[in-house]
Design a protein around this ligand. Sequence first.
Ligand code: T4K
Length: 377
Amino acid sequence: MLKNEMDQQDIYVTRSSMPSYEEYIEAIKPLWDSHFITNMGLYHRQLEKELAVFLKVPELSLTVNGHMALELAIQSFGFPDGGEIITTPFTFISTTHAIVRNRLKPVFCDIKESDGTIDETKIENLITPKTVAIMPVHVFGNVCNVDYIEQIAYKYGLKVIYDAAHAFGIRYKERGIGDYGDASVFSFHATKVFNTIEGGAVICKDHERYERLYNLKNFGIRGESLTVSVGANAKMNEFSAVMGLCNLKHITDEIENRKKCHDKYVSEFEDEEGIRILLNTKEQNRNYAYFPIVVTCNNSMHIRDKIYDNLKEIGVHARKYFWPITADQACFRNQYRDADLKVARSMSDAILCLPIYSGLSVKDVSTIAKCVKESLE
Ligand code: T4K
């Protein structure tokens, strides 16, 4: 029984990275003394500065979560109601919700078999006079074809907003990934490589956007009696900011520990017929946030589901990120113009993300791989 071979009882797709209890308690002591626990406090500002350096971007605005960062990033461009945004359906539902909640229309574009990112060669055909922006996702940390997308955007005068929720710490051609496009958005949710419990950020290429986001996340308040614009409340609080500062100190170890699991999975699956690892080999580094596999044999959906069920039986909770595609979710089905989403649908039917996190033993990775392989037989 493979279950008896596991080091841990229950293994989830990920596990939040956290500093030691003592480290966090020590770090939040000043909050008790000051009673200043939110509203762009000391730690909020410090984390904005430290993250901008780490992510190699000019400036960033911290938010309460990644989803609000997406909503506000879109809002900060002031697109007219009913404008169209060309986007990928192979993503977490948040990407599509953020477009729709801004009174804009998602136009779904198919993805590439090779790495699951938007198929840049299919974008141009979807552009109409109503198109205002392109919103690709660096899914699983796979970098989109940013150079090609930039060229199309320039040609048609469109904005590019990247959902970089999975791409913390990724660099491409010596630049931080958040430095591409007109804006990029990160998620610092508990399930991400770097977390602030809940949190997110919008990368601002210029200070004007930083100021606009400041207003959007803090009611447009600019003084005790001065409100300059309409805004939400989407600020990151000080406890989250301190968690971020602590986690940032350990990020190199976190990524290194994940790499050990990643390398073990790669050695288990690289010659395995019927399994393809969905991580590209572009000139980019990796953050090992996810370990996505695609089942390539006949009847791939059935086999994917069998692997999922067999893993569950031994206490391993893999996830079908992202099935179904967002265009096929009940709230969006048949509502928006889309292209043929053949690749997105077939990848979504065959995808499975296996557990990966710091603290997952290489021995458990090996047992998980064994279970996957046995399910293929
Ligand atoms: N864009 C993209 C492309 C995204 O993937 C996401 C978020 C966003 C935008 C929006 O960013 P946020 O607003 O969330 O910051 C999870 C996360 O909640 C979500 O952040 C993430 N993407 C998505 C891919 O995954 P669920 O519904 O799968 O989460 P849940 O609660 O089932 O957790 C998954 C596993 O993580 C659990 O089985 C155990 C582990 N876990 C979970 C929590 C909540 C922990 O170890 N600690 C925890 O506190 O959505």
